[in-house]
Design a protein around this ligand. Structure first.
Ligand SMILES: [Fe+2]
Length: 463
């Protein structure tokens, strides 16, 4: 059977339509337990009201319709102003810290806007064949999945255990994970292949990396521009913790006066400690000399969660702990090699091989925990080097600056390219990341002082 390019794009559009419906419905499922009053409150400058997220993700698709649907009429100029995030190219917009200062558009109006965009997009996708626009729609869905994760952060900041999250019980540790993996250096192919697959071309096998052509899973068809192109970097031999740093270990740092001793901290970090009066990670509370952690599941003693990965720490806190422990944080290239490389098989898409993430190999949003799982709970997700929970649970801080890879080409103005300054790369996804959204080459990025996102870390050491 001869397959024409038209056939191929129709197939792509059909599966994209299904993916569109699935992703859009998931956003509304996340916010479903909210009461109407919850949707419009902004509890900090860095968070956004849930109403804004559900409108903004629709606004993104409206910009696609405006550009590519002939005759499309803008739904509301006011909505364009309120729901634009930071795009200079799309005109004036409300400042981020002021998103919670308005009660209009109402939640009802925002949901109606969302439904209008969905109807328009359904019609638009029926006849869409242009591969460039199809990939723009896919970008819109990846964007929406990013906002699903941000919704989890923001709802936690807004409500925490007052939110009626559909929690599933956390799995128990199945084994002890300790020590450091010893990883050989040399040339390593970092990043995703230009064709979007998180692999490299056959032929570029200087260090044994092989193509996984034939992988038709959804993971093979998307990567952000900032993950590309794959390029060679040189690594020294290094060691990497097999486990994430836990609450119990972090509590030792606190009890050893870690937050009171300047010697562990970067100058900017020490300023943040004093300015913000940090004495523990975000969401830790002290009561009668005991540290407790509040999350969607309630307020529980750190002692009862000592084996859980520490979460909601800034880059400054992660770096201070590493220095105190006589270690350091890894670079993103070290992280990616430890996660993806197999001495015998070469490059793999994920730590466990080339299969997609599932609820048995990683703690991602579909697991329904709304929190971290203890160290040792996902032996099936171990990398070839024996590092566990590299995908899911917490985004892991690296020392790498968020800068373009050599040969970077922007695929969408202002999406990733304008943030290449003063931020650090985090890897691996978290319990709030959708399974379809995560890749081993994914480069998340935040400022060194931020900690309302699901950020944790593991340490590295030189030989
Ligand atoms: Fe956005």
């Amino acid at each position: 059977m001869v397959s024409t390019s038209r056939d191929l794009s129709r197939t792509a559009a059909t599966s994209l339509t299904e993916l569109y419906q699935q992703v859009r419905a998931q956003t509304m499922a996340i916010v479903a337990p909210l009461e109407i009053e919850d949707y419009v409150i902004q509890t900090a400058e860095f968070m956004s009201p849930p109403r804004w997220h559900i409108g903004h993700t629709s606004w993104f698709f409206e910009t696609v319709l405006q550009a590519h649907q002939p005759g499309y009429r803008v739904y509301s100029e006011d909505f364009l102003f309120y729901f634009n995030s930071y795009y200079e190219g799309f005109g004036v917009r409300i400042e981020r810290p002021r998103r919670g200062t308005r009660s209009r558009p109402t939640v009802k109006e925002t949901v109606a806007y969302r439904q209008h965009i969905d109807e328009e997009m359904a019609r638009f996708l029926e006849s869409l064949e242009d591969p460039a626009v199809l990939s723009l729609v896919r970008l819109g869905l990846e964007h929406e999945m990013q906002h699903q994760e941000l919704l989890v952060y923001d709802i936690k900041h807004l409500l925490s255990d007052q939110f009626d999250a559909p929690l599933r019980a956390a799995p128990v540790a199945q084994r002890t994970v300790a020590g450091m993996a010893e990883i050989e250096g040399g040339l390593f192919w970092l990043g995703a292949h230009q064709g979007s697959s998180p692999t490299v071309e056959e032929g570029s096998v200087g260090d044994g990396i092989r193509s996984q052509s034939g992988d038709e899973s959804p993971h093979s068809i998307f990567a952000f521009d900032n993950e590309k192109p794959a390029h060679q970097v040189f690594l020294q031999d290094f060691k990497l913790d097999r486990a994430l740093v836990t609450n119990g270990e972090f509590l030792e740092f606190i009890r050893d006066g870690g937050y009171q001793n300047f010697r562990w901290w970067f100058s900017e970090g020490w300023e943040a400690v004093n300015r913000e009066q940090w004495r523990a990670p975000l969401y830790w509370e002290e009561s009668d000399g005991e540290w407790l952690i509040r999350d969607f599941g309630g307020l529980r003693a750190v002692a009862s969660r000592a084996a859980d990965p520490v979460c909601h720490v800034s880059y400054f806190e992660a770096s201070a702990f590493a220095k105190w422990a006589g270690k350091r944080l890894p670079t993103e290239a070290e992280w990616e090699k430890a996660a993806c490389y197999h001495v015998a098989h070469g490059r793999q898409a994920f730590p466990w091989g080339n299969g997609s993430p599932d609820i048995d190999n990683a703690n991602l949003f579909e697991n329904g925990l709304w929190t971290v799982a203890p160290v040792g709970a996902f032996p099936r997700g171990a990398s070839a080097y024996g590092c566990e929970q590299m995908i899911g649970d917490v985004w892991e801080w690296t020392t790498s600056d968020y800068v373009p890879y050599p040969g970077f080409k922007s695929e969408f103005d202002e999406y990733n390219d304008k943030w290449f300054v003063n931020q650090k790369v985090l890897r691996g996804g978290s319990f709030a990341t959708p399974q379809l959204h995560i890749r081993s080459t994914y480069r998340n990025f935040f400022h060194a002082h931020e900690r309302w996102m699901t950020s944790g870390f593991r340490c590295a050491r030189d030989f």
